[in-house]
Every structure is written in C-alpha cells, then in structure tokens.
Design a protein around this ligand. Structure first.
Ligand SMILES: O=C(O)CCC(=O)C(=O)O
Ligand SMILES: [Fe+2]
Length: 328
C-alpha cells in the first residue's frame, strides 16, 4: 500500500530549542492586535519547533482534573469490563496494553508493542462503559470544551499562514475529533526499543495535551535532540501532526515524540486530536506553495487519510493479536 506518512522531518542544527508559550488571555478577551501577535508567535512555533504551550485558555482546571480522574477510573476496572468495549474498525473503545504497534511511523521502524492501554471516544461514534456512572457526562463535557478551544485557535492558525482569519472556520464547522484516555503502567525496565508509546508523529491537524503531573513525554526537537517535555501548570501543550504538515505543504512541522513511564507511578494522559470535517479536501494552502512549484502532496480528506491509517495499523494485525493502532 502506498504510504501516506510524510518522510522524516529534516534535522536543523541551528533551530531554537525552547517551546514557546502563547498567552491567549488578551485574544480571548477580544483585545485589538492580540490575534496578529499570536499569529506571528504561532508561525514561529510551527516553522521552528512544532510544539507550543497555551496558557489562559479558559478551560477550567476542575474539568481537566475530572477528565484525568475518569481516565484512572476507567482503567481501574477489571480487564473483562474494559474488553466489553474493545476497540474495532470504528477506532472507538478500549485498546489493551501491548495491543498496538506504531506502524504508520517512519521515525522508529522496528517498534515493539506499546506499553499503554487506552480508551478512545470520537465525535461521531461511541461505546460507553456500562458500569461507570458519570463517565460519559464528564468525557462529553471535556470533549465539548476541547472542541471549543480548538475552534478558538483556528483564526490564529489562519493568521499565522497569512490567510483571512476565518479561513478554517467553515472547514471545521463539523470537526472530527478523538479523545484518547491513556494509562501507562509503571515501566521501569523496558526491553530494548520498548516504549509506553513508541516514537511517532500524530496524524492530527492539532493535538491538545493537558498538562501531566507525571513526566514521561519526550520530544525530538528539530535539532535532532530528544528532550523531556517541560511542564507548565495548567497549560495545554499543543502540536501539529501529519495532516497539518501535509495541508501546509511541509511549512509547519509535525514533530516526533514518545512516551516512557519511568516515574515509578501510574501515568494517565488525555490527548485530544482535532481535525477538520471528515469530507473536507485538504488541498495545499495557497500561502504554502513556492512560486511555480507543484504542491508536494495530493489533496486528501480526513476520511481517506484515516482509512489508510486504519489499514496500516489495524488491517495487518487482525489475524494476530487483534487490533493494532497507536497514535492519532
Ligand atoms: O502521553 C502523552 O503525554 C502523549 C501521548 C501521545 O503522544 C499520543 O497519544 O499521541
Ligand atoms: Fe502523540
């Protein structure tokens, strides 16, 4: 099958290594000039690093804490309760520990199965656990807050790309999204090349990752150096994946990252993957083409990209341990 995975991002020895912090306060308050300033900051972040933090984003910490608590509560259930909502081709439900191998990635080819378990929910289809009262309500509330936050960032992306501020709005009117509630068990003595989540780039347009109290995430900076992700209380760490990179004709980076839980504690994570409407054609953006050069990629829809992703990560493993997929 033809690979839709972009090639490895280039190493740039002189790239900056500090992950920028974008303060949304003035922008969300509607202050004049704030959008332009954030647009410039976002452009730098995506052309040079591929990750940024947001602070003063308006999402209550109590909701973030509640979502983390539900992730812990879900995974504390007996295995058989979790398997009752086992993941299938819809990419929704429970994925067991070592139930996935990152196969769509060019970062680290011979990956071992990932030492994490996860529960996936999406905007359009869902499977809810039977005996966890309140779980669904909290997950739905968190997803709604993340959808709102993701949408509020779109004018900053458009501005960063020298497009009219509302360029993405209609394309994300009915966005695609996935919430992944992951549990990384303690994993102090990993086998060679074994990770909680193997090195990968996300597939997403935008990943919103709530700040984790437990370390474990590392990022391969464009300089080629792996660094532990810094922590900022109450922030979201945001990155772009392969679809953002593709849509921007490689102008914006999709930066690889990985997870290893050596903390001696259980680790949970609740990344939210945010994409445009499933049928929207992501065609090279007009401000991302070099004069006279054809775009590097064919236009593609989210639905078509996810079909490929499902084949890569699910199709090949069906006859073995079952489902195989990892990052979005
Ligand atoms: O666990 C984390 O901190 C990040 C997870 C991640 O990269 C992913 O699920 O794609
Ligand atoms: Fe990721």
């Amino acid at each position: 099958m033809q690979s839709l995975a972009p090639s490895l991002p280039p190493v740039r020895a002189d790239a900056p290594e500090e992950i920028p912090v974008l303060d949304l306060g003035a922008y969300l308050a509607g202050e004049p000039g704030a959008l332009q300033q954030l647009g410039a900051e976002l452009r730098r972040a995506f052309e040079q690093i591929g990750f940024y933090f947001i602070v003063n984003h308006g999402v209550p910490q109590s909701l973030v804490d509640a979502a983390f608590a539900e992730a812990a509560r879900f995974h504390a259930q007996p295995l058989e309760a979790k398997l009752a909502v086992k993941i299938d081709e819809s990419l929704v439900g429970y994925l067991p520990v070592r139930g996935s191998t990152t196969r769509h990635s060019q970062i680290n080819r011979d990956n071992k199965p990932n030492v994490n378990e996860a529960f996936f929910s999406r905007r359009d289809v869902n499977k809810w656990p039977a005996n966890l009262p309140g779980f669904r309500e909290t997950v739905v509330a968190y997803q709604a807050a993340m959808e709102k936050l993701g949408k509020s960032l779109l004018p900053i992306y458009a501005t960063a790309l020298d497009l009219p501020a509302d360029h993405f709005d209609a394309l994300f009117a009915e966005p695609s999204y996935t919430l992944r509630m992951s549990h990384y068990p303690q994993h102090d003595a990993p086998a060679d090349n074994e990770f909680g989540l193997a090195p990968h780039t996300d597939t997403s347009f935008m990943t919103l990752l709530a700040q984790n109290k437990i370390p474990g995430l590392s990022i391969r900076l464009p300089t080629g150096r792996w660094v532990d992700a810094p922590a900022i209380d109450g922030a979201f760490l945001v990155n772009g994946g392969d679809l953002l990179r593709r849509w921007t004709n490689d102008r914006f980076l999709a930066t690889p990252h990985r997870v290893a839980n050596r903390s001696g504690k259980e680790r949970y994570a609740i990344p939210f993957f945010f994409d445009c409407g499933a049928g929207v054609s992501m065609e090279c953006l007009p401000t991302c083409r070099e004069d006279g050069q054809p775009p590097r990629y064919e236009p593609i829809t989210y639905a078509a990209y996810m079909d490929w992703y499902r084949q890569m990560n699910y199709g090949q493993a069906k006859d073995r341990s079952g489902v195989s997929l990892s990052a979005y």
